[in-house]
Design a protein around this ligand. Structure first.
Ligand code: 9MR
Length: 489
């Protein structure tokens, strides 16, 4: 044994197939072509290197929390202050992160010179156009997505009586999208709102608005669901966000992208283990809702640490809404999101850790063996997800199968025709060993024994069998290294 591979010494109950504690959200998201994002506080970024590190390693998308709001870009007419927004975009570019620009047209965080009534209607319209086009042009090619219009609706689904509706009429929405498109044709343009994540009149209103705008040819590419959420106190039996996935699918049906743009899940303070568990489950639900919808392209959390959260001042008495605690340590919610992101199909080689030899599918489709690694097609396996942590394992169109669905130790493991729903063709991937590794047991779900090389042999062409589960993994005769599982960069 040995062959240069470290022998794992302990077994950890990690949450998902690839979700070791050292694999970041960003790595897992990137491996599945997904964007996991966070809003960024300029003041935290300036003073806190721990915050900077987490932002860089955990997220592949960022949204300036406040730096791009009009009041912060042009508090005094004609005096533009781009410093904080530039700093976030520059850092994101350096860190190879996507930027979601937030937000061009909103009824809040406006400069007083815009709201004080001194501008004529034409001047106001022109000022809005200039603001949108200047901002979008400045970041063209660097801000990939814009929240163009934010919170345009009332709870009853009608248009909000904002300064924009009152002064410019309902056409301001179409105009804003057209102006933004002109300024950067490559940016994806979103409408963004809250409390439309479940079947409410507001959701209906948003649906009709997006449908009608698109029918008129207005360039709207996506709908953002803010998803500010709370765990009621006392904790109810039914946790929130049960309808989020249906909502995402509904809007995707309009032919637009969808995204979760401002997720946070606050609890009544002081928080405790039960509240944080309910929060974690709700984060899991939100992440699963989005990754389960192909047009849900990103999930952004509104603040990633309780150390800096708008909730503390925004909703007094409530808080602890984020993935990391006030010391930037991972909360239960983090592991849940991590395991959702880890749970995906993948492909690669399967190496027996005790021998360094590769699992090999024989051409005749019979018993699997270990043999010297050749990089051949007969040593490439596809892991297709059936359920959480459960996969079928195929090569050359044949499924790894415990022959005859035998539950006996020593039963052969062969390549057979795949038949949906057969537990002897479905394997739980159970992580083994030190964090950060790619090492797993393969456990047939009809027997919960372990796939192993017969007798722990290190010989070339030794057959593979279903073995009695050994709780010790020293030597690691029941442990397989899966090359396709995402790794730390
Ligand atoms: O988190 C933001 C907070 O720091 C600001 O004071 C506030 C006003 O600009 O906006 C908060 O962010 C909001 C976001 O821009 C739009 N959706 C609701 C967010 C939380 O209030």
């Amino acid at each position: 044994m040995g062959i240069g591979l470290a022998a794992p010494a302990l077994i950890l109950g990690a949450p998902g197939p690839a979700a070791s504690a050292e694999i970041t959200l960003r790595t897992l998201a990137a491996a599945r072509g997904f964007r996991i994002g966070a809003s960024v506080s300029s003041s935290a970024l300036e003073k806190d290197s721990g915050y900077q590190d987490k932002l860089k390693y955990e997220f592949n998308s960022v949204t300036p929390e406040n730096a791009m709001k009009w009041a912060n870009l042009e508090a005094t007419r004609g005096q533009e202050t781009w410093g904080k927004a530039d700093a976030i975009v520059d850092l994101a570019t350096q860190n190879n992160q996507m930027v979601r620009g937030h937000t061009l047209v909103w009824h809040k965080s406006l400069p007083t010179w815009v709201t004080d009534g001194t501008l004529s209607t034409d001047e106001l319209r022109d000022a809005l156009k200039q603001h949108i086009q200047k901002t979008v042009k400045r970041y063209a090619g660097r801000v990939a997505v814009w929240d163009v219009v934010n919170e345009a609706l009332n709870d009853d689904g009608t248009l909000r009586q904002s300064i924009w509706l009152q002064r410019l009429g309902s056409g301001y929405i179409a105009d804003a999208f057209r102006w933004a498109r002109e300024a950067d044709p490559s940016a994806k343009l979103y409408i963004n709102d809250f409390d439309a994540e479940w079947a409410t009149p507001k959701r209906d209103g948003l649906y009709k608005l997006v449908r009608d705008l698109r029918a008129q040819g207005v360039p709207i590419d996506g709908v953002g669901f803010q998803t500010h959420t709370l765990i009621k106190d006392p904790i109810p039996a039914a946790l929130p966000l049960t309808q989020l996935q249906d909502t995402l699918k509904l809007f995707a049906g309009l032919g637009v992208d969808v995204a979760v743009t401002e997720l946070d899940i606050r609890v009544k303070l002081p928080s405790d283990a039960d509240k944080l568990a309910a929060q974690a489950e709700t984060y899991r639900r939100a992440a699963a809702a989005c990754v389960g919808v192909s047009r849900c392209v990103s999930l952004t959390v509104w603040g990633f640490t309780d150390k800096y959260s708008w909730v503390d001042s925004g909703v007094p008495g409530w808080g602890d809404a984020d993935l990391l605690d006030r010391s930037l340590q991972k909360k239960p919610a983090y592991a849940k999101v991590q395991s959702v992101l880890a749970d995906r199909d993948f492909a690669g080689t399967v190496t027996a850790l005790h021998s360094g030899q590769c699992l090999t599918m024989p051409a005749d489709g019979r018993r699997l063996v270990q043999s010297s690694c050749t990089n051949g097609q007969d040593q490439k396996f596809t892991f297709q997800r059936v359920a959480t942590k459960i996969y079928t394992i195929t090569s050359g169109g044949k499924c790894l199968t415990v022959d005859g669905a035998s539950t006996a130790a020593g039963a052969a493991v062969s390549g057979r025709a795949c038949v949906a729903g057969k537990p002897e063709q479905q394997f739980e991937l159970r992580p083994v060993g030190e964090v950060g590794a790619q090492d797993y047991r393969l456990m047939p779900t009809h027997s919960y024994k372990s796939v192993a090389v017969k007798g722990g042999s290190t010989a070339n062409w030794a057959p593979v069998e279903q073995a009695q589960y050994l709780s010790s993994t020293t030597p690691p005769t029941q442990v397989w290294r899966l090359s396709g599982v995402p790794r730390q960069p």
